[in-house]
Design a protein around this ligand. Structure first.
Ligand SMILES: NC(=O)c1ccc[n+]([C@@H]2O[C@H](COP(=O)([O-])OP(=O)(O)OC[C@H]3O[C@@H](n4cnc5c(N)ncnc54)[C@H](O)[C@@H]3O)[C@@H](O)[C@H]2O)c1
Length: 369
Protein backbone atom coordinates (compact mmCIF):
# COMPACT_ATOMS: atom_id res chain seq x y z
CA UNK A 1 0.00 0.00 0.00
CA UNK A 2 1.26 3.54 -0.81
CA UNK A 3 2.33 5.49 2.23
CA UNK A 4 0.83 8.87 3.14
CA UNK A 5 3.48 11.39 4.21
CA UNK A 6 2.53 13.85 6.93
CA UNK A 7 3.75 17.40 6.15
CA UNK A 8 4.39 20.55 8.19
CA UNK A 9 5.05 24.04 6.79
CA UNK A 10 7.24 26.74 8.34
CA UNK A 11 6.43 30.24 7.06
CA UNK A 12 2.88 31.43 6.32
CA UNK A 13 3.54 34.51 4.17
CA UNK A 14 2.65 35.52 0.66
CA UNK A 15 3.51 32.30 -1.20
CA UNK A 16 2.05 29.91 1.38
CA UNK A 17 -1.49 30.11 -0.09
CA UNK A 18 -0.26 28.56 -3.34
CA UNK A 19 1.09 25.56 -1.36
CA UNK A 20 -1.97 25.31 0.89
CA UNK A 21 -4.22 25.28 -2.21
CA UNK A 22 -2.15 22.75 -4.18
CA UNK A 23 -1.08 20.21 -1.54
CA UNK A 24 -4.57 18.69 -1.08
CA UNK A 25 -4.39 17.60 -4.78
CA UNK A 26 -1.87 14.94 -3.78
CA UNK A 27 -3.54 12.06 -1.94
CA UNK A 28 -0.19 10.64 -0.79
CA UNK A 29 0.56 13.70 1.40
CA UNK A 30 -1.35 15.24 4.32
CA UNK A 31 -0.72 18.77 5.55
CA UNK A 32 -0.98 18.56 9.33
CA UNK A 33 0.29 21.91 10.63
CA UNK A 34 2.06 25.19 9.90
CA UNK A 35 4.03 27.69 11.97
CA UNK A 36 5.25 31.27 11.57
CA UNK A 37 7.37 33.67 13.60
CA UNK A 38 4.18 35.76 13.63
CA UNK A 39 1.65 33.34 15.20
CA UNK A 40 -1.32 35.36 13.96
CA UNK A 41 -0.31 34.41 10.40
CA UNK A 42 -0.22 30.65 11.00
CA UNK A 43 -3.45 30.88 13.00
CA UNK A 44 -5.25 32.69 10.16
CA UNK A 45 -4.04 30.17 7.55
CA UNK A 46 -4.91 27.22 9.81
CA UNK A 47 -8.47 28.48 10.20
CA UNK A 48 -8.81 29.12 6.48
CA UNK A 49 -7.36 25.81 5.25
CA UNK A 50 -8.33 23.46 8.07
CA UNK A 51 -4.95 22.38 9.47
CA UNK A 52 -3.35 23.07 12.86
CA UNK A 53 -1.34 26.16 13.83
CA UNK A 54 1.71 25.23 15.90
CA UNK A 55 4.88 26.93 17.06
CA UNK A 56 7.94 25.88 15.04
CA UNK A 57 9.18 23.99 18.14
CA UNK A 58 5.92 22.03 18.38
CA UNK A 59 5.91 21.31 14.66
CA UNK A 60 9.49 20.00 14.71
CA UNK A 61 8.77 17.86 17.79
CA UNK A 62 5.63 16.28 16.27
CA UNK A 63 6.50 12.62 15.61
CA UNK A 64 3.85 12.29 12.89
CA UNK A 65 5.37 15.01 10.68
CA UNK A 66 8.00 13.49 8.38
CA UNK A 67 8.57 16.24 5.80
CA UNK A 68 8.77 19.99 6.46
CA UNK A 69 8.37 22.65 3.77
CA UNK A 70 10.36 25.82 4.47
CA UNK A 71 8.56 28.92 3.16
CA UNK A 72 10.57 31.52 5.08
CA UNK A 73 12.44 34.35 3.35
CA UNK A 74 15.84 33.53 1.78
CA UNK A 75 18.08 34.68 4.67
CA UNK A 76 16.43 32.09 6.95
CA UNK A 77 16.40 29.16 4.52
CA UNK A 78 19.62 27.50 5.68
CA UNK A 79 19.07 27.95 9.43
CA UNK A 80 15.52 26.61 9.16
CA UNK A 81 16.58 23.72 6.87
CA UNK A 82 19.27 22.74 9.40
CA UNK A 83 16.71 22.81 12.23
CA UNK A 84 14.33 20.61 10.24
CA UNK A 85 17.07 18.05 9.52
CA UNK A 86 18.35 18.18 13.13
CA UNK A 87 14.80 17.29 14.17
CA UNK A 88 15.08 14.15 12.00
CA UNK A 89 12.68 15.32 9.28
CA UNK A 90 13.08 15.62 5.51
CA UNK A 91 13.47 19.27 4.39
CA UNK A 92 12.05 20.89 1.26
CA UNK A 93 12.76 24.60 0.88
CA UNK A 94 11.59 27.50 -1.23
CA UNK A 95 14.31 28.92 -3.46
CA UNK A 96 17.14 29.77 -3.23
CA UNK A 97 18.68 26.65 -1.65
CA UNK A 98 21.07 28.93 0.28
CA UNK A 99 22.77 32.30 0.04
CA UNK A 100 26.16 30.79 -0.78
CA UNK A 101 27.74 27.44 -1.59
CA UNK A 102 28.91 26.81 1.97
CA UNK A 103 25.33 27.12 3.25
CA UNK A 104 24.01 24.77 0.55
CA UNK A 105 26.76 22.22 1.23
CA UNK A 106 26.05 22.26 4.98
CA UNK A 107 22.45 21.28 4.32
CA UNK A 108 23.40 18.52 1.85
CA UNK A 109 25.97 17.13 4.28
CA UNK A 110 23.64 17.11 7.27
CA UNK A 111 20.90 15.43 5.21
CA UNK A 112 23.37 12.73 4.06
CA UNK A 113 24.67 12.23 7.62
CA UNK A 114 21.13 11.80 8.95
CA UNK A 115 19.92 9.66 6.03
CA UNK A 116 17.27 12.26 5.19
CA UNK A 117 16.14 13.82 1.92
CA UNK A 118 16.47 17.48 1.10
CA UNK A 119 15.48 19.46 -1.94
CA UNK A 120 13.66 22.53 -3.00
CA UNK A 121 11.79 24.82 -5.32
CA UNK A 122 11.29 25.72 -8.04
CA UNK A 123 9.04 22.88 -9.08
CA UNK A 124 7.48 24.62 -12.06
CA UNK A 125 9.59 22.44 -14.37
CA UNK A 126 7.26 19.58 -13.34
CA UNK A 127 4.35 21.49 -14.88
CA UNK A 128 2.68 20.38 -18.10
CA UNK A 129 4.35 22.99 -20.32
CA UNK A 130 7.95 22.28 -19.29
CA UNK A 131 7.40 18.52 -19.28
CA UNK A 132 6.02 18.80 -22.84
CA UNK A 133 9.20 20.71 -23.83
CA UNK A 134 11.33 18.07 -22.14
CA UNK A 135 9.56 15.30 -24.09
CA UNK A 136 10.09 17.23 -27.35
CA UNK A 137 13.82 17.69 -26.67
CA UNK A 138 14.22 14.04 -25.62
CA UNK A 139 12.44 12.85 -28.77
CA UNK A 140 14.93 14.78 -30.92
CA UNK A 141 12.33 17.28 -32.21
CA UNK A 142 14.96 20.04 -32.49
CA UNK A 143 18.02 17.78 -32.73
CA UNK A 144 21.12 18.60 -30.69
CA UNK A 145 20.58 21.88 -28.84
CA UNK A 146 23.28 24.35 -29.85
CA UNK A 147 22.15 27.67 -28.40
CA UNK A 148 19.40 29.46 -26.58
CA UNK A 149 18.18 32.55 -24.75
CA UNK A 150 16.64 32.93 -21.28
CA UNK A 151 15.21 36.33 -20.34
CA UNK A 152 13.35 37.57 -17.25
CA UNK A 153 12.93 41.33 -17.37
CA UNK A 154 10.63 43.27 -15.05
CA UNK A 155 10.71 46.19 -12.63
CA UNK A 156 10.92 44.21 -9.39
CA UNK A 157 8.26 43.29 -6.86
CA UNK A 158 7.73 46.53 -4.92
CA UNK A 159 4.52 47.39 -6.78
CA UNK A 160 2.66 44.33 -5.38
CA UNK A 161 4.53 42.56 -2.52
CA UNK A 162 3.65 43.98 0.92
CA UNK A 163 7.21 43.35 2.25
CA UNK A 164 9.55 43.46 -0.78
CA UNK A 165 12.78 44.49 1.03
CA UNK A 166 14.14 40.92 0.98
CA UNK A 167 14.12 40.97 -2.83
CA UNK A 168 16.87 43.64 -2.68
CA UNK A 169 19.03 41.99 -0.02
CA UNK A 170 21.59 39.18 -0.36
CA UNK A 171 19.71 36.10 -1.54
CA UNK A 172 17.35 38.31 -3.57
CA UNK A 173 17.88 40.39 -6.69
CA UNK A 174 16.73 39.03 -10.04
CA UNK A 175 19.50 36.41 -10.08
CA UNK A 176 18.70 34.66 -6.78
CA UNK A 177 14.96 35.36 -6.94
CA UNK A 178 14.06 34.55 -10.57
CA UNK A 179 17.28 32.87 -11.70
CA UNK A 180 16.32 29.56 -10.01
CA UNK A 181 13.25 29.20 -12.28
CA UNK A 182 15.22 29.75 -15.47
CA UNK A 183 18.30 27.77 -14.44
CA UNK A 184 16.29 24.80 -13.12
CA UNK A 185 14.21 24.79 -16.32
CA UNK A 186 17.37 24.84 -18.43
CA UNK A 187 19.03 22.06 -16.42
CA UNK A 188 15.85 19.98 -16.81
CA UNK A 189 15.99 20.51 -20.58
CA UNK A 190 19.74 20.56 -21.26
CA UNK A 191 21.55 19.04 -18.27
CA UNK A 192 24.12 20.70 -16.01
CA UNK A 193 26.05 23.94 -16.63
CA UNK A 194 29.84 23.79 -17.14
CA UNK A 195 30.99 27.42 -17.19
CA UNK A 196 29.66 31.00 -17.01
CA UNK A 197 30.69 34.57 -17.88
CA UNK A 198 28.67 37.50 -16.53
CA UNK A 199 28.21 41.23 -15.95
CA UNK A 200 26.00 42.93 -13.38
CA UNK A 201 24.70 46.42 -12.64
CA UNK A 202 22.09 48.19 -10.50
CA UNK A 203 20.00 51.14 -11.74
CA UNK A 204 18.88 52.45 -8.33
CA UNK A 205 20.41 52.46 -4.84
CA UNK A 206 16.95 52.56 -3.27
CA UNK A 207 13.57 51.25 -4.46
CA UNK A 208 10.28 53.07 -3.90
CA UNK A 209 7.63 50.69 -2.55
CA UNK A 210 4.18 51.32 -4.02
CA UNK A 211 2.37 48.10 -2.98
CA UNK A 212 -0.90 49.23 -1.34
CA UNK A 213 -0.50 47.00 1.77
CA UNK A 214 3.20 47.84 2.35
CA UNK A 215 4.17 49.48 5.65
CA UNK A 216 7.59 50.73 4.39
CA UNK A 217 7.83 53.31 1.62
CA UNK A 218 11.32 52.42 0.34
CA UNK A 219 14.11 49.90 0.77
CA UNK A 220 17.85 49.90 0.06
CA UNK A 221 19.30 47.93 -2.87
CA UNK A 222 22.18 45.69 -1.75
CA UNK A 223 22.50 43.43 -4.82
CA UNK A 224 22.79 43.78 -8.60
CA UNK A 225 19.39 44.32 -10.17
CA UNK A 226 20.48 43.57 -13.74
CA UNK A 227 22.56 40.48 -14.46
CA UNK A 228 23.59 39.34 -17.96
CA UNK A 229 25.49 36.08 -18.44
CA UNK A 230 26.48 33.51 -20.99
CA UNK A 231 26.15 29.89 -19.85
CA UNK A 232 28.00 27.01 -21.46
CA UNK A 233 26.33 23.69 -20.68
CA UNK A 234 28.21 20.38 -20.35
CA UNK A 235 26.26 19.32 -23.47
CA UNK A 236 27.97 22.14 -25.40
CA UNK A 237 24.87 24.36 -25.70
CA UNK A 238 25.55 28.08 -25.17
CA UNK A 239 22.70 30.14 -23.66
CA UNK A 240 22.40 33.94 -23.28
CA UNK A 241 20.80 34.61 -19.90
CA UNK A 242 19.60 37.97 -18.52
CA UNK A 243 17.66 38.54 -15.28
CA UNK A 244 16.60 42.11 -14.52
CA UNK A 245 14.54 44.16 -12.07
CA UNK A 246 15.47 47.34 -14.00
CA UNK A 247 13.24 46.96 -17.09
CA UNK A 248 9.84 48.66 -17.47
CA UNK A 249 8.74 46.83 -20.62
CA UNK A 250 10.20 44.40 -23.16
CA UNK A 251 9.26 42.05 -25.98
CA UNK A 252 11.72 39.24 -25.35
CA UNK A 253 10.69 35.57 -25.17
CA UNK A 254 11.18 33.74 -21.83
CA UNK A 255 13.23 30.83 -23.15
CA UNK A 256 14.09 29.78 -26.71
CA UNK A 257 16.27 26.81 -27.60
CA UNK A 258 17.79 26.29 -31.01
CA UNK A 259 18.95 22.89 -32.23
CA UNK A 260 20.40 21.29 -35.33
CA UNK A 261 16.89 20.25 -36.48
CA UNK A 262 14.66 23.09 -35.27
CA UNK A 263 13.77 25.63 -32.57
CA UNK A 264 11.64 25.41 -29.43
CA UNK A 265 9.84 28.28 -27.71
CA UNK A 266 9.57 27.39 -24.01
CA UNK A 267 7.03 29.31 -21.90
CA UNK A 268 7.54 31.18 -18.61
CA UNK A 269 9.36 28.88 -16.15
CA UNK A 270 7.63 30.72 -13.29
CA UNK A 271 4.38 29.05 -14.43
CA UNK A 272 3.15 25.47 -14.82
CA UNK A 273 1.28 25.94 -18.10
CA UNK A 274 1.85 28.16 -21.13
CA UNK A 275 2.24 28.01 -24.89
CA UNK A 276 4.84 25.66 -26.34
CA UNK A 277 5.89 26.35 -29.93
CA UNK A 278 8.06 24.30 -32.24
CA UNK A 279 9.71 25.23 -35.52
CA UNK A 280 11.17 22.70 -37.95
CA UNK A 281 12.61 23.62 -41.36
CA UNK A 282 9.65 22.13 -43.31
CA UNK A 283 7.19 24.43 -41.49
CA UNK A 284 6.28 27.95 -42.63
CA UNK A 285 6.18 29.32 -39.07
CA UNK A 286 6.11 28.26 -35.39
CA UNK A 287 3.63 25.42 -34.73
CA UNK A 288 1.71 25.54 -31.44
CA UNK A 289 2.13 22.20 -29.64
CA UNK A 290 -0.68 20.62 -27.59
CA UNK A 291 0.59 19.95 -24.05
CA UNK A 292 1.20 16.25 -23.46
CA UNK A 293 1.41 16.42 -19.65
CA UNK A 294 -0.92 17.49 -16.85
CA UNK A 295 -0.35 19.83 -13.88
CA UNK A 296 -0.76 23.09 -15.79
CA UNK A 297 -2.31 25.18 -12.95
CA UNK A 298 -0.42 26.78 -10.06
CA UNK A 299 0.77 23.53 -8.45
CA UNK A 300 3.50 24.94 -6.16
CA UNK A 301 4.08 22.05 -3.79
CA UNK A 302 4.26 19.37 -6.50
CA UNK A 303 8.04 19.27 -5.88
CA UNK A 304 7.49 18.52 -2.19
CA UNK A 305 4.86 15.94 -3.16
CA UNK A 306 7.39 14.40 -5.55
CA UNK A 307 9.96 14.29 -2.76
CA UNK A 308 7.38 12.62 -0.50
CA UNK A 309 6.70 10.06 -3.25
CA UNK A 310 10.42 9.30 -3.53
CA UNK A 311 10.57 8.42 0.19
CA UNK A 312 8.81 5.14 -0.51
CA UNK A 313 11.40 4.15 -3.15
CA UNK A 314 11.12 4.16 -6.93
CA UNK A 315 12.29 7.20 -8.89
CA UNK A 316 14.53 9.54 -6.84
CA UNK A 317 13.14 12.99 -6.00
CA UNK A 318 13.20 15.22 -9.07
CA UNK A 319 13.51 18.36 -6.94
CA UNK A 320 16.45 16.85 -5.03
CA UNK A 321 19.18 18.69 -3.13
CA UNK A 322 21.82 17.98 -5.79
CA UNK A 323 19.77 19.83 -8.41
CA UNK A 324 18.97 22.71 -6.04
CA UNK A 325 22.66 22.93 -5.04
CA UNK A 326 23.84 22.92 -8.68
CA UNK A 327 21.50 25.83 -9.44
CA UNK A 328 22.83 27.68 -6.36
CA UNK A 329 26.40 26.96 -7.50
CA UNK A 330 25.66 28.42 -10.97
CA UNK A 331 24.12 31.56 -9.41
CA UNK A 332 27.16 32.00 -7.14
CA UNK A 333 29.44 31.54 -10.16
CA UNK A 334 27.49 34.16 -12.14
CA UNK A 335 27.88 36.64 -9.24
CA UNK A 336 31.60 35.90 -8.98
CA UNK A 337 32.12 36.21 -12.72
CA UNK A 338 30.39 39.62 -12.70
CA UNK A 339 32.52 40.77 -9.74
CA UNK A 340 35.85 39.45 -10.98
CA UNK A 341 35.44 39.92 -14.73
CA UNK A 342 36.46 36.30 -15.34
CA UNK A 343 34.97 33.07 -16.66
CA UNK A 344 33.99 30.77 -13.76
CA UNK A 345 33.86 26.98 -14.07
CA UNK A 346 31.06 25.11 -12.29
CA UNK A 347 32.31 22.43 -9.93
CA UNK A 348 29.05 20.76 -8.93
CA UNK A 349 27.24 18.30 -11.15
CA UNK A 350 23.76 16.85 -11.18
CA UNK A 351 21.70 14.55 -13.33
CA UNK A 352 18.77 15.79 -15.33
CA UNK A 353 15.69 15.02 -13.19
CA UNK A 354 13.69 12.08 -14.55
CA UNK A 355 10.83 13.26 -16.78
CA UNK A 356 7.27 12.75 -15.60
CA UNK A 357 5.47 10.07 -17.63
CA UNK A 358 3.50 11.38 -20.60
CA UNK A 359 -0.21 11.54 -19.99
CA UNK A 360 0.18 11.85 -16.19
CA UNK A 361 -2.90 13.88 -15.33
CA UNK A 362 -3.80 16.10 -12.41
CA UNK A 363 -3.98 14.11 -9.15
CA UNK A 364 -2.08 11.08 -10.49
CA UNK A 365 1.44 11.80 -9.25
CA UNK A 366 1.17 9.30 -6.40
CA UNK A 367 0.34 6.51 -8.87
CA UNK A 368 3.72 6.76 -10.53
CA UNK A 369 6.17 3.94 -9.74
N1 LIG B 1 5.72 35.70 -3.02
C1 LIG B 1 5.83 35.00 -4.12
O1 LIG B 1 5.13 35.19 -5.13
C2 LIG B 1 6.86 33.89 -4.19
C3 LIG B 1 6.81 33.05 -5.28
C4 LIG B 1 7.66 31.97 -5.34
C5 LIG B 1 8.58 31.79 -4.34
N2 LIG B 1 8.66 32.64 -3.29
C6 LIG B 1 9.68 32.38 -2.26
O2 LIG B 1 9.02 31.95 -1.08
C7 LIG B 1 9.74 32.41 0.07
C8 LIG B 1 8.80 33.21 0.93
O3 LIG B 1 8.34 34.31 0.18
P1 LIG B 1 7.03 35.10 0.64
O4 LIG B 1 6.74 36.04 -0.47
O5 LIG B 1 5.99 34.17 1.10
O6 LIG B 1 7.65 35.93 1.86
P2 LIG B 1 6.84 36.61 3.07
O7 LIG B 1 7.76 37.58 3.69
O8 LIG B 1 5.51 37.04 2.58
O9 LIG B 1 6.60 35.36 4.07
C9 LIG B 1 7.62 34.72 4.78
C10 LIG B 1 7.03 34.26 6.12
O10 LIG B 1 7.99 33.50 6.82
C11 LIG B 1 7.95 33.87 8.19
N3 LIG B 1 9.27 33.57 8.76
C12 LIG B 1 10.45 34.15 8.46
N4 LIG B 1 11.45 33.55 9.15
C13 LIG B 1 10.87 32.58 9.91
C14 LIG B 1 11.37 31.63 10.82
N5 LIG B 1 12.66 31.58 11.12
N6 LIG B 1 10.50 30.78 11.40
C15 LIG B 1 9.18 30.84 11.12
N7 LIG B 1 8.65 31.73 10.25
C16 LIG B 1 9.48 32.58 9.65
C17 LIG B 1 7.63 35.35 8.18
O11 LIG B 1 7.09 35.79 9.42
C18 LIG B 1 6.63 35.44 7.02
O12 LIG B 1 5.29 35.25 7.47
C19 LIG B 1 10.93 33.21 -0.46
O13 LIG B 1 12.05 32.39 -0.51
C20 LIG B 1 10.51 33.58 -1.89
O14 LIG B 1 11.62 33.71 -2.73
C21 LIG B 1 7.80 33.67 -3.17
Amino acid sequence: MKKCTCIGVIGCGNISDAYFNALPSFPHVRLKAASDLLPERSKAKAERYGFRAMTTEELLADPEIELVINLTTPEFHTAVNMRILEAGKHAYTEKPFGLDREAGRKVLELAAEKGLQTGGAPDTFLGGAHQTCRALIDSGAIGRVVSGTAFMQCHGHESWHPGPAFYYRRGGGPLFDMGPYYLTALVNLLGPVAEVAAFGSRAFSERTITAPEAKEKSCPVEVDTHVAAVLRFVSGAVVNFAMSFDVWRHSLPCIELHGTEGSLSVPDPNCFGGEVKLFQPHLADWAKIKLTHGYTDNMRGIGAADLARSLSGGVPARTCGRLAYHVLDVMCAISESAERGAFVKIESACDRPAPLPAGLRHGQLELEA
